[in-house]
Ligand binder design. Sequence first.
Ligand code: ATP
Ligand code: MG
Ligand code: MG
Length: 349
Amino acid sequence: GATIGILGGGQLGRMLSVAAARLGFKTCIFEPAGDCPASHVANFHMKAGYDDTDALKRFAESVDVITFEFENIPTSALDALEAVKPIHPNRRALATSQDRLTEKEFLRGLGLQTAHFADVSDTASLDAAIAKIGTPAILKTRRMGYDGKGQARLSSPQDAADALADMAGAPAILEGFVSFTHEVSVIAARNPEGAIACYDPGENVHVGGILSTTTVPAKLTAGQASDAVLIAARILNALDYVGVMGVELFVTAEGLIVNEIAPRVHNSGHWTQNGCTIDQFEQHIRAIAGWPLGDGTRFANVTMENLIGDDIAQIPDIAQSGAAIHLYGKADAKPGRKMGHVNRVTGPV
Ligand code: ATP
Ligand code: MG
Ligand code: MG
């Protein structure tokens, strides 16, 4: 059988590996860390860094197709891999979403709404950005941020110096604060033939910058729900995208505003494991393997709750509750660390 190469060994790589195995594929994880969630379930683990061109080449030679579970892969590593085997989603999708500035410029270029934004590299450009955008605002590192890391909020221009210090010299963007009523996301898939399948939008609640729960159905009018799906489809088509993508949206009185896109399976899509026949992980494997996309019709109302840090201590109680438990096999429950999630079916559609 064919082997799927997955860059990154976290929980997303783990759940992709499980889905791949169900379809008869083998998986090989590329991940510098020795003991990682995906290595426990994948067939092979290449333990090497992204600067090890030799290891990247051997990895690519040992698999049939390459995908990834996180978007911060250095472009030099992509060069080495792409010379040997195809990578899905493609380089443009990865490069565009790696950098919040190029991401927002791309989205605006498609005619989509984003927060107001400006490039910030020093005190002068931050002052100019504040003059243009105003406060409240959020300063974010252009690269590498996740779970709300690398962000500083400015409630007034007086916060500028502290916020810039938080960026520690990294290039950043200032975003105008969007006063949304709630947040939703669309998990969308596209295969090489250009077929697109979107899951029903989920409603996301963040606590301390980290996703806490996703609930389906989201509070959306029929018009908003179709807008959300059409926005996602436009993004995937524009990138000639193959695989699953998460599209995060703010719901406002002025319509849907795109927050960010993630070129991979997404935490806010975990509810699909217990709400759909084909979940986001299998859908991603199907897309990158050139299979027909599966049926992602939602058959239940579901709330997904992340188990973060010490939340893991609730497992004995949750285990008695009839909820579906998904654990990542991580040893130490550090604060802020995603240890697993729970899907609770709350009723029929
Ligand atoms: P993720 O883990 O989703 O990748 P991230 O670190 O990339 O998170 P964002 O999604 O940019 O961060 O922001 C995290 C959360 O902060 C958002 O889901 C939203 O709740 C809030 N937020 C971010 N940007 C804005 C904004 N411009 N206006 C209002 N709230 C915002
Ligand atoms: Mg993000
Ligand atoms: Mg986000």
